[in-house]
Design a protein around this ligand. Structure first.
Ligand SMILES: Cc1ncc(COP(=O)(O)O)c(C=O)c1O
Length: 394
């Protein structure tokens, strides 16, 4: 399938702003409010009847002007028929899955999904009578053998959280569509700058906007973008659950999005350079970075993506947990913390959870998020800490 050429440069600058800027601020204000008042009862009733349609001002929980602008902007970026905002990436995932699951349903989930996606499936959906089946993310068209009469959706990521395998997106999307169920992809890593899954045949894209889309580690938000068929069921579920995005978060995400493309291009270059440098160190067995051919699914990344984010994994030759702790603790320019996609570099050891596929537990996996810092300084920091780890010969 050919790459879909698209240029979102102008969209990032122009969308989600007041149409005429003469005599107004460039950006929309932070819009606070719960009750929205109407001049007539008929006006109120018309708004109530249309409350699941983006752009309808009805009551604070259903959105406001700035939120609608952000939804329209994200629809354009993702090539979606509709977008619903959520209070976090996890809320985007959980509300979407709830929208498609019923008691007795069978949900197919890739074995490499984000830990909280797995936790939601195992701890909440199973309690509601949903059967979860994990599958090898590299299964491709082989997924058709796992489809059942009761299958309600297919959930996966590209690349996988922590382990970075890149699945065959169009193949998985097609199996789901042929089986009459939606495919749902968590596309937080790529952002619409580097991949537009809906153009590859996926039905629903979920993303944490707490990462690259807002981009400054100062807010939590999520979004669900989909084809027309799924816009209303997802929106109704989000509204029924009462999930609500904050006005300040909407403002910060609209602001962060303006620089998304240039930030992603910086992270692409900086991430590749750091991964290349790390792959040459004697303590490193291999890098798990979709742009490197050592990464499973690299060919799919080359076919379906136009760049790589600054988050990747490094497999170190076997060292003890204490050595890994000492290595991480001694880094001066990498913060230790959850999340990623901000302007700061981060480091975190990862223990992948696998139930359908095997994982090499001999090697130590560490995840790096490369930020906007000077690369020479980051390399010097790592070079000072790496001797704490074993090399291949030790
Ligand atoms: C791939 C992926 N999806 C979703 C999330 C959840 O997003 P949030 O932290 O906004 O709830 C994360 C968070 O780390 C993530 O890594």
């Amino acid at each position: 399938m050919p790459k879909i050429p698209h240029d979102i440069t102008d969209s990032l600058v122009q969308l989600g702003r007041p149409e005429k800027v003469q005599g107004r601020h460039v950006n929309l204000p932070i819009e606070l409010g719960s009750t929205i008042i109407f001049d007539t009862l008929a006006g109120f009733e018309a708004a109530r009847d249309a409350r699941y349609t983006t752009g309808t001002l009805y009551y604070g929980r259903y959105g406001n002007q700035a939120g609608f602008q952000l939804e329209a902007m994200l629809s354009e970026l993702e090539g979606a028929d509709g977008v619903t905002l959520t209070s976090s990436g996890v809320a985007a995932i959980s509300t979407t899955l709830i929208a498609f699951c019923v008691p007795g349903a069978h949900l197919l989930v890739a074995d490499h999904v984000y830990g909280n996606t797995r936790a939601f499936c195992d701890n909440v959906l199973t309690r509601l009578g949903v059967e979860i089946e994990y599958f090898d993310p590299m299964i491709g068209v082989g997924l058709s053998d796992r489809m059942r009469e009761t299958t309600c959706a297919v959930m996966f990521e590209a690349p996988g959280s922590g382990t970075f395998e890149v699945p065959d997106i169009p193949a998985i999307a097609k199996v789901a569509r042929d089986g009459g169920v939606p495919s749902i992809i968590d596309s937080t890593w790529a952002t619409p700058v580097f991949c537009r899954p809906l153009a590859l045949g996926v039905d629903v894209v979920v993303a944490s906007m707490s990462k690259y889309l807002s981009g400054h580690s100062d807010c939590m938000m999520g979004m669900v973008a989909s084809t027309a068929e799924y816009v209303e069921p997802i929106r109704k579920t989000v509204m029924a659950i009462g999930d609500k995005t904050g006005a300040q978060e909407v403002f910060l995400t609209l602001r962060g999005l303006r620089t998304l493309k240039m930030r992603m291009h910086h992270f692409d270059q900086a991430g590749r350079e750091m991964a290349r440098w790390l792959s040459g160190q004697p303590q490193v067995k291999s890098v798990l970075h979709p742009a490197f051919d050592s990464c499973p699914g690299h060919v799919f990344w080359k076919r379906d993506f136009t760049g790589a984010a600054g988050l990747f994994g490094v497999l170190f030759h076997p060292s003890s947990d204490d050595q890994i702790r000492a290595f991480v603790d001694s880094l001066q320019h990498f913060g230790i913390g959850a999340s990623w996609g901000g302007y700061e570099s981060l480091v975190l050891p990862v223990k992948p959870q696998r139930t359908a596929t095997a994982w090499d537990i001999q090697c130590q996996l560490v995840r790096f998020n490369i930020g906007l810092e000077d690369l020479g300084r980051l390399k010097a920091d790592l070079a000072a800490a790496l001797p704490l780890l074993n090399t291949a010969s030790e």
